[in-house]
Write a protein that binds this ligand. Structure first.
Ligand code: 5AD
Ligand code: SF4
Length: 431
């Protein structure tokens, strides 16, 4: 019998990749993915609790699904992801129509939960997670995510992740290498290695060692990774990025704040000066590297002076792009109990000005690329203009150019003709 599943994913790349695992499991059980929740046999929410806004979005969509369920007998609602882990059985109390609650460490239990073989909740700590290789239904055919580690041990004082995704655990390198070999056989060109803190990957190999092995796999053209922690970024990784041909010239290195006082309260383990020094070293060794970052404004106790230090940091470092957020108090975290929480208007003001400054810097960085020739991986037709192709530079910038007779997945040289705020325009050369 035809059975359908609708999945709605919130949050980070890790969550989107977890959804690929859930779909992989269900595909084996004969389910097909649908984009119509009102008629699905199973609705899965893969949730995010990193900020309150993501949570609120989920709760409002959950309400709508419950109304669908009332109209379709046998429909099941599964809550996965970080809210599932954090709220546990409270979800059933608040929403009796929910059938199952599945934490991010227990995705392998999805089949049993749906078949009703086990109790309807799976949120136990799961050290075995690193040895479980789940089937995957990948969303893309060129670029693939590959988990290299789970969890986080850093306990940044604002962050809920260590409470929802558990302790840091690295997958054995042989599992990762054989997954990437299989991806190459299947025609994938690019991999993105995923972990909360890839620099502390530690199995039989360390992270630079893992990169060296993956760099040898034929067929794979590009290797990316997220996220790096500034404290654990050492010269051996910088050397690996610089030496290994397939490792792309882009690093996402969350600074969070430019004020040492705030960095300390955040428990980040570095000062602004140490961070800036690492940026200098990276730029010196890896020519043309793009550097992106995460910034939080309105952390408890953040004064105008602290905030201005973050602004100064943005101007000094000149990131290629940032993700910036208003601080959001999260349950269980140390920062949520700190005094001097900042009011929302101040946070909004600070965020607005920060974005204005960074937008100018991003545009300037993109303009500086005009006239250069970039290696681009062709991803396909542009979503906004049917006459154009879209691809990415090694530094992870989007490039749009006129369609030519060349296959998706090809790597080509493109001369950049225009740098814009969110993308580049170019024209292919040597074709
Ligand atoms: N409030 C705002 N931003 C947060 N982040 C993590 N926790 C919070 C929070 N409580 C941001 C950090 C992190 C990114 C993934 O999300 O900048 O790097
Ligand atoms: Fe959260 Fe810090 Fe771990 Fe990143 S490194 S997931 S911000 S605790």
């Amino acid at each position: 019998m035809y059975k359908s599943v609708y999945i709605r994913t919130f949050g980070c790349q890790m969550n989107f990749h977890d959804s690929e695992k859930m779909l992989g499991i269900l595909e084996k059980e004969g389910f097909t993915e649908t984009d119509n929740p009102s008629n699905a046999d199973i609705i899965i929410f893969n949730t995010c609790s990193i900020r309150q806004k993501a949570e609120q979005k989920f709760y409002s969509e959950l309400g709508r699904s419950i109304s669908y369920k009332k109209r379709k007998t046998g429909m099941k609602i599964v809550i996965g992801g970080c809210i599932a882990q954090q709220e546990g059985k409270n979800i059933f109390k608040r929403f009796p129509d929910v059938d199952s609650v599945l934490g991010p460490q227990n995705i392998y239990m999805l089949k049993d939960l749906i078949m009703g073989k086990r109790s309807s909740i799976a949120i136990d700590d799961n050290p075995e997670i690193v040895n479980i290789n789940l089937p995957l239904k990948r969303a893309d055919r060129l670029r693939a995510w590959v988990t290299i580690m789970y969890g986080c041990n850093n306990f940044c004082s604002f962050c809920i992740v260590p409470y929802t995704r558990g302790r840091e655990r690295s997958r054995p390198s042989e599992h990762i290498i054989s997954e990437v070999n299989k991806l190459a056989e299947d025609g994938y060109k690019e991999i993105t290695l995923l972990g909360q803190n890839v620099n502390s990957y530690n199995s039989d190999l360390d992270f630079p060692g893992l990169l060296r092995h993956l760099n040898k796999i034929e067929g794979i053209k590009r290797i990316r990774f997220v996220t790096s922690h500034p404290r654990d970024l050492k010269d051996d990784l910088i050397n690996a990025i610089s030496e290994l041909q397939k490792v792309c010239e882009h690093i996402h290195l969350p600074l969070q704040s430019g004020s040492n006082r705030i960095l300390k309260l955040m428990n980040r383990g570095y000062t602004y000066e140490e961070y800036a020094d690492k940026i200098l070293r990276i730029r010196e060794k890896v020519k043309g590297i793009s550097i992106t970052s995460d910034i939080i404004v309105g952390f408890p106790g953040e004064t105008d002076e602290d905030y201005l230090k973050t602004m100064t940091a943005l101007k000094e470092i000149e990131f290629d792009g940032i993700f910036s957020f208003k601080y959001s108090a999260r349950p269980k975290t140390i920062a949520s109990k700190m005094e001097c929480q900042i009011n929302d208007d101040t946070k909004s003001d600070r965020l607005k000005h920060l974005i204005e400054i960074q937008d100018k810097i991003t545009e300037m960085k993109n303009k500086a690329l005009e006239g250069t020739v970039q290696e681009v991986l062709l991803e396909g037709e542009s979503e906004t203009d049917k006459n154009k192709f879209t691809g990415r530079t090694r530094s992870n910038k989007i490039v749009n150019f006129q369609k030519i007779n060349i296959q998706k997945g090809s790597i080509l040289l493109v001369e950049i003709t225009k740098g814009r705020k969110h993308s580049l325009e170019g024209k292919p050369i040597n074709i």
